[in-house]
Design a protein around this ligand. Structure first.
Ligand code: HAM
Length: 426
């Protein structure tokens, strides 16, 4: 295969049977999220660049280094969505939310980040996410985390660790930032260039650096929540108490900040031991976003999980993708005259026998070649017709497993297959 046919680095093609695993995840997600009163939303894959810059924060790695941004023919700056929250908030705002009204939605879809590709880190990846917009209740945070945990159980991804923390409110930040500055300033010369810059631009992100030397320093930083105001601490305590009362297993991670700047109050992440270096299965939190041109911020809580990572985690637990045959029934037409009747028979079978896959061969190849194709497709039954069968109005039915064959009157064919359905296609 030439490199011209390979997908770009950090992207991949997905084929059956893997596609069926994706569909299964989506079906399970829909089923669970519907149970919690969430409805599905589909938003565009690209948005005005400012939707992301304003929402995620211009100091974040995603905005600074990872966005796929381009100018369209009308001279507008557009960006392929790097995450789902900003677009969903824009869509909710566009619909309009009355005072006191809520929107609870979920979504699936591709996201794009220009990161260095590695195992589990891709440039086009897929998220399943939820957003509950227009509420400011800590119980909502607890329910959201419990829903994520329920979803993971449902799809068989066990063994994840839920870590939670608080980012506090804007009014908590000056005293936390001051304490962080006091702690980090003497250590800064030994930290990476990014962290040295963050000391003045976004000191909280120094807690989140992936560089091992920086992580060692960050491990000794003060506990953020203890530095926050009474109301913030009470909010966080309510979230923790509610999770305890729901029986959700979690741990408080005092230095978890997450990489997006829209967060306030609760932030959380789920890591999984089956994922290797990129061990974040899902992440989320409460946010406050001011959209371009909007006067008031929108508040909500949500999370997103990487679909590829969910499947990797599930595979690490021994779950295997089941191969599915391309066809259950192969229709073999011998000679020009048999092709159109073969096409019609295939349609009739599909209309009558739901749940079976029917594949007709229109090549006019030899019987041997068509049988080889039928075998390759995994078909358990071949229906063969040439001039003789057409003249006699019969179909030659060949059991591909036992090689037994029988001539069946065309008028009886549907009933004949239906009677043998469980044995033939078990
Ligand atoms: P995030 O932590 O940036 O949060 O991404 C959520 C999940 O997407 C990660 O935990 C990971 O599983 C997956 N993911 C992220 N980047 C990649 C990548 N390059 N390759 C493969 N998987 C990846 C958000 O996106 C927020 N919008 C979550 C949220 C929703 N917060 C509130 N509401």
């Amino acid at each position: 295969m030439s490199s011209a046919t390979e997908p770009l680095p950090g992207t991949s093609d997905c084929w059956e049977p893997e596609v069926l695993d994706w569909i299964e995840l989506e079906t399970a997600a829909r089923e669970i999220f519907h149970r919690y009163g969430y409805a599905e939303v589909r938003t565009p894959i690209f948005e005005r660049t400012e939707v992301f810059v304003r929402s995620l924060g211009d100091e974040t790695d995603v905005v600074q280094k990872e966005m796929y941004t381009f100018t369209d023919r009308g001279g507008r700056s557009l960006t392929l969505r790097p995450e789902g929250t900003a677009g969903v908030i824009r869509a909710v705002a566009d619909r309009g939310l009355e005072q006191g009204e809520e929107a609870r939605v979920f979504y699936f879809g591709p996201m794009f980040r220009g990161e260095r590709p590695a195992a589990g880190r891709r440039r086009q990846f897929h998220q399943v996410g939820v957003e509950a917009v227009g509420n400011d209740s800590p119980w909502m945070d607890a329910e959201c985390i419990a829903m994520l945990s329920h979803f993971l159980d449902q799809i068989g991804v066990t063994g994840g660790k839920i870590k939670i923390n608080s980012r506090g409110l804007p009014e908590d930040r000056p005293q936390v930032s001051a304490a962080l500055a006091e702690y980090f300033t003497p250590h800064a010369p030994g930290m990476c260039e990014d962290c040295q810059r963050r000391l003045t631009t976004n000191i909280w992100r120094m807690l989140d650096c992936k560089n091992p030397a920086c992580q060692e320093v960050a491990a000794g930083a003060p506990d953020l929540v203890s530095l926050m105001g009474d109301d913030t601490r009470a909010f966080f305590a309510r979230v923790c108490q509610s999770l305890d009362s729901l029986g959700v297993d979690y741990e408080v991670a005092p230095r978890l900040v997450r990489g997006l700047d829209y967060y306030i109050h609760t932030v959380f992440e789920i890591t999984h031991p089956g994922l290797g270096a990129q061990d974040a299965l899902a992440g989320g939190g409460r946010y406050r976003i001011v959209l371009p041109g909007a006067k008031k911020p929108v508040e909500g809580i949500g999370f997103a999980a990487g679909m590829e990572r969910l499947l990797l985690a599930r595979a690490s637990l021994g779950r295997q993708t089941t191969a599915v045959a391309e066809a259950d029934i192969a229709i073999i037409s011998l000679g020009e005259n048999a092709i159109l009747p073969g096409l019609r028979l295939a349609q009739e079978l599909r209309a009558t026998l739901s749940g079976l896959r029917v594949k007709a061969d229109f090549t006019g190849r030899s019987l041997k070649a068509q049988m080889r194709g039928a075998n390759r497709s995994g078909a358990r039954l071949a229906l063969i017709r040439g001039d003789n069968e057409l003249a006699e109005n019969v179909v030659l039915c060949r059991d591909m497993t036992t090689s037994e064959q029988q001539s069946v009157p065309a008028a009886d064919l549907m009933a004949w297959i239906d009677e043998r359905r469980t044995t033939l296609f078990a």
